[in-house]
Design a protein around this ligand. Structure first.
Ligand code: GAP
Length: 598
């Protein structure tokens, strides 16, 4: 799709109710979009398909957490400290811009996000970059860190500081202790969430691609890194187009066309879990209608990786000539759970039972507090804790007459006989494990936009230009359009009866009797409705209707009492239209039939 086709799609999206900038009556605010009736239906189908694949079929649990969370959560997660983008403000017009994007747009630098502020300031100076809004020079303007979270106050008065969550993931991590209980403390287990996330983007752009409120579909899989492995055999043969770091750094290098199994064997993908989800995602994207010739997985460059991730790949789609990230797959290690445990003081572990109980020796202390108290006063408690830690770490420290420990930088000497040091025989049934997290994280809006861009087609029918969306029948906002050839002689009544019956059978169906039949087909083509059913005079005689397929515009005549089964098979992908056309009477159309006037 060229740039001009992107513009046409944006126009179609607004005119036909897929999505449009919100709050237009009040002049609008950048970065907020409303999904209209067609877009909301497409989004719902997309979310249902994601839920079916990543929650139901993977055996995971789904939750729904609040979107506003207290400050402490983001102190622990690192977002308060490090969820920043680089901002440069134009002194001339006051417009704010993402400094790293300006550098990437106007120089050969590809991952400016990983550079330091002085390096970005230098690039702006060196390349004499200007403000995209007014053309004023930006050299010398300070580049600053800008935190992307929306802050709010919880409760009246000075209240408590809260933030709109910048990722749905945190709503899962903070509830880990309970979620682990629901999963009967058995690893691995996964928790999913589909819901809104908020980022105060410096410069929202490209329609729904970079917005300030968007929907994420995230899966957090909790695994024991020592023992849990994915079932790679399920995806070993799935073909992938990979763009690893090495290929990105070499000018003119092609993608690596490989399979999940080979990529793991050759060490191209470091984490087996990440590889597993790339395979599952590849199949899913294909199923929902992403054009796999315009799709790849790109490995994050080291400086680009989020603060928590050790290996990360993005799913990228080619949209209007640019490669856009539509999902991220990260191995987050134990970063999230360890941080929440440290900051909250709660247990964020799972007790994993050994196959056989383990017999081991354990060094412990039982300090004589009647000695420590009078001797060290207020420090006695902390000294006792320090002794306990030392015993666990280094039992040889207790071999001499005295033991020395440090408390807040102060050394203390304690007679060994007062520490109650001993080595015991213990039987351990298992151990507390801080699970590692594997995270596939999808942007729903960006995926929806990809489906539209990849489905956009222009052709000619009966010598007239036509625009249509070749959406997958399961994704299309409406499955079937029902028309009477004309609204007279009982055709309208029969068509409305049929519409009610199809809706009753669970089809998303629409009715249209205005304008000529060709125009009605065009209206449905443009919003991607895959099938149209027309009630004509023959319908009244033979209890049959015509079923037209959107992409080929072919028609077949189907008995009304078989219509639900035929349309169901077509929608669910169980039967192809070619198979239906072979089975039923093909409807020959003379030239101009589609556009015939009523
Ligand atoms: N929990 C991990 C996480 O949030 P991310 O890469 O920052 O990772 C995941 O976001 C996905 O969310 C992205 O791949 C993208 O599809 C979507 N996304 C992120 N920021 C967005 C924005 N400002 N507008 C629309 N979608 C966005």
């Amino acid at each position: 799709m060229s740039g001009s086709e992107s513009t046409k799609l944006a126009e179609l999206a607004k005119r036909r109710g897929f999505f449009f900038p919100s709050n237009g009556a009040y002049g609008g605010v950048a970065g907020f979009y409303t999904y209209g009736p067609e877009g909301a239906a497409l989004k719902r189908h997309l979310e249902d398909a994601w839920r079916d694949r990543f929650t139901v079929r993977e055996g995971n649990q789904e939750i729904e957490a609040p979107t506003i969370m207290p400050e402490a959560v983001f102190e622990a997660s690192g977002h308060l400290e490090g969820f920043d983008d680089m901002l440069v403000e134009c002194a001339e017009c006051g417009e704010s811009h993402r400094a790293d994007h300006l550098v990437e747009d106007d120089t050969a630098v590809e991952d400016a996000e990983s550079l330091s502020i002085p390096e970005v300031e230098e690039l702006i100076r060196e390349h004499e970059l200007v403000c995209p809004s007014c053309g004023a020079a930006l050299a010398g303007e300070p580049v600053e860190e800008f935190n992307l979270m929306f802050e709010t106050t919880i409760g009246p008065g000075s209240g408590q500081t809260g933030y709109m969550r910048p990722e749905t993931a945190q709503g899962i991590f903070v509830e880990f202790p309970l979620l682990a209980e629901y999963a009967r403390n058995q690893l691995p287990f996964g928790v999913t969430q589909i819901g809104p996330a908020y980022r105060n983007e410096i410069s929202p752009r490209k329609g729904v691609v970079r917005v300030r409120e968007f929907t994420q579909a995230e899966l957090e899989l909790f695994v024991n890194p020592e023992t849990d492995e994915p079932d790679l055999s399920r995806v070993a043969d799935v073909e992938l187009a990979l763009y690893p770091i090495g290929n990105q750094r070499e000018e003119g290098t092609e993608y690596l066309e490989t399979t999940v199994g080979a990529a793991v064997e050759e060490g191209v993908i470091a984490s087996e879990w990440v590889a597993y989800y790339l395979g599952i995602a590849q199949e899913w994207y294909e199923r929902i209608g992403v054009d796999t010739d315009r799709f790849r997985f790109r490995q994050h460059l080291p400086g680009e990786r989020a603060h928590y991730a050790s290996d990360c790949w993005d799913a990228e789609a080619e949209l209007g000539g640019d490669w856009i990230e539509i999902a991220g797959f990260a191995y987050r290690g134990d970063y999230d759970l360890a941080k929440h445990a440290e900051h909250s003081g709660e247990e964020f572990t799972v007790f994993e039972q050994y196959d056989e109980p383990l017999h081991a020796e354990r060094a412990t202390v039982d300090p004589d507090m009647s000695y420590l108290g009078p001797e060290f006063g207020g420090e006695a408690g902390e000294i006792a804790e320090a002794l306990e830690r030392l015993a666990e770490r280094d039992r040889t420290a207790f071999e001499g007459e005295t033991v020395s420990v440090d408390v807040e930088g102060e050394p203390y000497e304690i007679p060994t006989e007062k520490t109650g040091f001993s080595v015991e025989e213990v039987t351990e049934a298992g151990e507390h494990v801080t699970p590692h997290v594997v995270e596939p994280s999808f942007g729903v809006g960006r995926t929806l936009y990809t489906l539209l861009v990849h489905a956009y087609r222009e052709d000619e029918v009966d010598d007239e230009p036509r625009t249509y969306l070749a959406l997958d029948p399961e994704m299309a906002p409406t499955t079937v359009g029902v028309f009477p050839l004309m609204d007279r002689d009982g055709l309208g009544e029969r068509a409305r009866e049929l519409l009610a019956a199809l809706r009753e059978a669970g089809f998303e169906a629409t009715y249209d009797d205005s304008g000529n039949i060709g125009r009605r087909y065009r209206r449905q083509d443009e919003v991607g409705t895959p099938f149209c059913v027309t009630v004509d005079y023959e319908s009244l005689e033979s209890e049959t209707v015509t079923v037209r397929e959107r992409d080929s515009t072919e028609q077949v005549r189907v008995p009304i009492d078989e219509l639900v089964a035929v349309l169901g098979g077509l929608r669910d992908g169980d039967r192809s239209f070619e198979a239906i056309a072979e089975e039923y009477e093909h409807q020959e159309l003379s030239a101009g039939t589609e556009n015939a006037a009523e």
